[in-house]
Design a protein around this ligand. Structure first.
Ligand code: NAD
Length: 504
């Protein structure tokens, strides 16, 4: 049943660092990784120390000096092969994602597909790293902007997308000419090790070991060393707002750059003229998919008062029909939470919800089976409840009613996070209001689809406490490069701009 571990090269104990010539002999403490699916140990990782990190960063810098000089389309050709390697290992990697973090198998496979899509996108991007050209005010002068690689990029990833969040960053950073150091979550290091092995093999084959690097270590030790390190001009960090606030401050203290992808508290508005069948499916997938552990998970729903009660009845019935269980089984829709800490957080949130006057309409309990399973939970809530403004990383959905669309939009925007948002409506005016400057304040605003399940072609990210970063498609590649404005003089004169004279 666990053959996929062997095929992916996962050993009983694995090294926690890799660079130019592959995995290092790490000497940090050993950490056992257990599966949330059944609570059983999967394998162990010997963590990287600061010395290991130091070795990796020196190598990543050295390799950068060569890698940056390879033409971007040639870098893209290597990424095309990385995409092929991911295709070949999609099934095993998807199973490992499911076994290590508990998302259902179709989502585990979907995550690897997202990384494959990112590779394909990055191949195209490698021929499209375009700068603008401008007309100069000076005769026979020309101005243009060009983009250079930044250097060694630090990539810190959250547990809930243990493969794809890396790919959002690494595929684009590498075609941009950067080398990367990946520090994955200690809750999902095995997917990182397997992913690194699959993708690094391609780079090694081309003589480019050290473009992709990996360091798995403690936050207080290796994590802190990485974010304070001036040799890393960009830290791209995905995770909680608490983590991002700290990382942002440390990196700003050395005037480095950050790309922050942090927590969400995403809402769906169901307007009076919505297609309720669509809305139901969009909301249940958004709230219960990945057991409510996506940054884009739906956490709040605003129902127009005219449809509220019948829709709520349907929502309760849909929740009661959800199959919670082993995520490797095809019939399961909701797998476990990541670990016992997450179950404890879910249970604490339910106590607070009751104390604050919320009415639990269904769910609200741990599921009695080995592993970290909980019931998807629906709560009738009010805005006096302070907990609705927090991101509880579990399948808990707060339901509110509203009478006026602007009121619903204002309530949706009233939280600190600003990642994803959606409205279900068949009214052109309502949808345009939602998308207008007076509408959603989030980085993602959807009409007639839910809050989760973004495609990689668009720039992904959010506002306010979500951190303001943008990754994946559109012009997100600019975050991984530095801009240079060049002025070229093709004349025999030296005129100064703004009419300034300086005659010697
Ligand atoms: P987390 O904040 O606990 O950890 C995220 C990463 O930060 C991990 O790799 C962790 O080791 C690292 N980290 C923590 N402290 C650090 C430090 N001092 N120095 C360096 N690294 C440090 O988050 P999590 O529990 O893994 O993930 C869930 C959170 O991530 C949720 O809030 C979710 O919304 C968010 N998330 C956001 C996005 C997005 O794109 N906006 C995507 C996925 C997850």
């Amino acid at each position: 049943m666990r053959d996929f571990l062997t095929r992916l090269g996962i050993e009983p104990t694995n090294s926690g660092a890799a660079t130019t010539t592959g995995f290092l002999e790490t000497s940090g403490p050993e950490r056992s990784i257990t599966s949330p699916v059944d609570g059983s140990p999967i394998a162990a990782v010997r963590l990287a120390t600061r010395d290991d990190y130091e070795h990796v960063v020196v190598e990543a810098q050295r390799v950068f000096r060569g890698w940056r000089m390879l033409p971007a389309p040639k870098r893209g050709e290597i990424i095309r092969e990385v995409g092929e390697a991911l295709r070949q290992h999609k099934d095993d990697l998807g199973r490992l994602v499911t076994y290590e973090v508990g998302k259902v198998l179709s989502e585990g496979l979907g995550e690897i597909q997202e990384s494959i899509d990112m590779a394909d996108l990055a191949v195209g991007m490698s021929r499209q790293l375009c700068g603008l050209s401008m007309h100069s005010e000076r005769p026979a002068h020309r101005m243009y902007e060009q983009w250079h690689p930044l250097g060694v990029v630090g990539i810190i990833t959250a547990f809930n997308f243990p493969n794809a969040v890396w790919a959002w960053n690494a595929m684009v950073a590498t075609i941009a000419g950067d080398t990367t150091i990946w520090k994955p979550s200690l809750k999902a290091p095995l997917t990182a090790i397997a992913t690194h092995k699959v993708c690094d093999a391609v780079f090694q084959r081309h003589g480019w070991g050290g473009v992709l690097n990996l360091v798995i270590g403690d936050d207080a030790d290796v994590g802190e060393a990485m974010i304070a390190d001036r040799r890393l001009p960009l830290i791209s960090a995905t995770g909680s707002t608490r983590m991002g606030r700290h990382v942002g401050q440390v990196v700003a203290g050395r005037l480095g750059r950050t790309l922050l992808e942090l927590g969400g508290n995403n809402a769906v508005i169901v307007h009076r003229d919505a297609d309720l069948d669509l809305a139901l499916r969009g909301i249940v997938f958004g709230a219960c998919g990945t057991a409510g552990q996506r940054c884009t998970s739906t956490r709040r729903v605003f129902l127009h008062e005219s449809i509220a009660q019948p829709f709520l009845d349907r929502l309760v019935r849909a929740y009661q029909s959800l199959s919670v269980g082993d995520p490797l089984e095809a019939s399961t829709l909701v797998g476990p939470l990541i670990d016992e800490d997450a179950v404890a957080m879910y249970e604490r949130a339910l106590v607070t919800i009751t104390e604050q006057g919320g009415e639990i309409l269904c769910g609200g309990k741990r599921v009695a089976r080995p592993g970290s399973y909980v019931e998807p939970t629906l709560v009738r809530a009010s805005h006096e409840m302070s907990i609705v403004a927090e991101e509880t990383f579990a399948p808990i959905l707060y339901v509110f009613t509203y009478s006026d669309l602007d009121e619903a939009i204002a309530l949706q925007n009233s939280v600190d996070q600003g990642l994803s948002s959606a409205i279900f409506t068949d009214s052109f005016r309502a949808s345009e209001r939602f998308l207008s400057h007076a509408g959603s304040d989030c980085g993602i605003a959807n009409v007639n689809i839910g809050t989760s399940g973004a495609e990689i072609g668009g720039a992904f990210g959010g506002e306010k406490d979500t951190g303001g970063g943008r990754e994946a498609g559109s012009d997100s590649w600019k975050a991984y490069m530095r801009r240079q404005t060049c002025t070229l003089n093709g004349s025999a004169e030296l005129p100064l701009a703004q009419g300034v004279t300086f005659d010697l």
